[in-house]
Design a binder for this molecule. Structure first.
Ligand code: MN
Length: 438
């Protein structure tokens, strides 16, 4: 667990315009990402501050940092994975250095002003192409709501209380926010029919999740202990695990998700470090009385006390009708990461208990984040009770599943009295009009 330090002080202000408290990227945030611009086609690593990106290579060459940080940035050569692989203490040193030089009144302001690029003029890239991707199933509310469909009255399988369930996803189709994609083709069994058909999915869904980006790797054969797990996490982002429910229902008998999930996973471009999230740590969600005891490798007092993160997520839907009429997107749901049943450290400890090697830049999805109330459901499957209850939208439209033209936007924000709020930016993609081309 990381304690609070001067980078979290609420009085701290930056000289960069539009970085005041209330903005997405104040000086207390400093998330890492990768961009390219019209003037500079090769990717560069950057931090977000106000409505600018600070080019870290230019800042390092301008003498903004000490040699450890400067060498690390220059050696990264636009590859964020290189920075992610560094020990957390080194990344923390860089965060501290950034906080100092971006603070009001710093002598380097003149040099660093030339390293800022307006966010609106750059293309944000995927933070890194993840070497591997695992998606968990760590919300008890999501597990209950989804399990109720297949096992009414008995939604949770016996292992749920004992380990964070997961499946191995496919890194090749993890892409950065901003895509347009057509509803995927696959095999599905129409209701009441005896044989499957080859069709575009009719039950396209989103899953609101948090992206956990692995930092310093472990060695093959050496499990990461729960107490050390956060030393191996670089930071968090937003993740949409797009899901074709009709394909999923038919193919996941008896194994896990396959083609119903691996056509696209969308992540946000900025990675908020665990250090930036220190003020927003909360107790891990309580386990109900009578819940079976955990095995020792999944239990740790510090993780119980501060393994949760108070991160309020928002899922917004913008239909083509909303775009045309200018009404703007509608909020469908507002789940919070603090309600997850398994902590991030528990996911890492379990993932490596068999000696599995985690690589820098690996991506872990938390699984759909859902809370206890109807306004905190992280996917349509839960909202529409598996295709039975359509969702009424404020503009008179309704939705069972996503339709062509729909854009789904995920957002995330941490707030706590006495601290400056920080945001995750957004992750979005749009379902293209497939029929128009057929
Ligand atoms: Mn998922």
């Amino acid at each position: 667990m990381q304690s609070l330090d001067r980078t979290h002080e609420p009085e701290l202000r930056s000289w960069v315009p539009n970085s005041e408290p209330g903005s997405d990227f104040p000086i207390q945030n400093l998330p890492f990402g990768r961009y390219r611009s019209r003037e500079r086609a090769t990717p560069r690593i950057a931090v977000a501050i106000g409505n600018f990106v600070l080019d870290l290579h230019d800042a390092a060459m301008g003498g903004a940092f000490g040699s450890t940080c400067a060498d690390l940035i220059v050696a990264s050569d636009g590859n964020l994975r290189h920075l992610m692989a560094a020990p957390r203490d080194t990344v923390r040193e860089l965060r501290h250095a950034l906080s100092v030089v971006l603070s009001e009144g710093h002598a380097k302001q003149g040099v660093l002003e030339r390293c800022l690029v307006p966010t609106g003029s750059v293309e944000m890239l995927i933070p890194t192409r993840p070497p591997d991707y695992t998606d968990f199933f760590s919300s008890i509310h999501h597990a209950r709501n989804a399990g109720e469909i297949r096992r009414p009255g008995n939604p949770l399988l016996p292992n749920f209380h004992h380990l964070p369930v997961a499946y191995h996803g496919r890194p090749s189709t993890v892409r950065c926010s901003g895509d347009s994609f057509e509803r995927p083709w696959g095999q599905l069994l129409p209701q009441g029919e005896g044989a499957p058909v080859h069709s575009r999915t009719q039950w396209l869904d989103f899953e609101c999740e948090v992206a956990v980006w692995v930092g310093q790797p472990n060695r093959w054969g050496q499990p990461i202990e729960l107490a050390d797990a956060e030393q191996h996490i670089f930071g968090l982002g937003l993740l949409n695990d797009w899901s074709a429910r009709d394909l999923q229902m038919w193919e996941t008998q008896p194994l896990g998700p396959f083609l119903s999930k691996n056509f696209l996973t969308t992540v946000s471009p900025w990675i908020v470090t665990l250090d930036a999230l220190a003020p927003f740590r909360v107790r891990a969600a309580a386990r109900a009385p009578g819940t079976p005891a955990l095995l020792a490798y999944l239990e740790d007092e510090v993780d119980k006390r501060s393994g949760g993160i108070d991160l309020k997520l928002s899922v917004l839907l913008e239909s083509s009708t909303m775009r045309q009429s200018g009404t703007g997107p509608e909020v469908l749901s507002e789940p919070n990461l603090r309600d997850q049943y398994w902590t991030i450290a528990q996911m890492v400890a379990h993932h490596t208990v068999n000696g599995c090697e985690m690589l820098a830049g690996d991506l872990l999805g938390t699984g759909t984040v859902s809370g206890p109330s109807p306004s905190e459901l992280g996917c349509l499957l839960e909202m529409n009770k598996c295709g039975q209850v359509p969702i009424r939208l404020a503009n008179g439209e309704s939705r069972m599943w996503l339709e062509d033209g729909d854009r789904v936007i995920l957002k995330g924000r941490c707030e706590r009295d006495g601290f400056v709020p920080i945001s995750f930016g957004e992750s979005s993609a749009i379902v293209a009009d497939a029929e128009a081309r057929e």
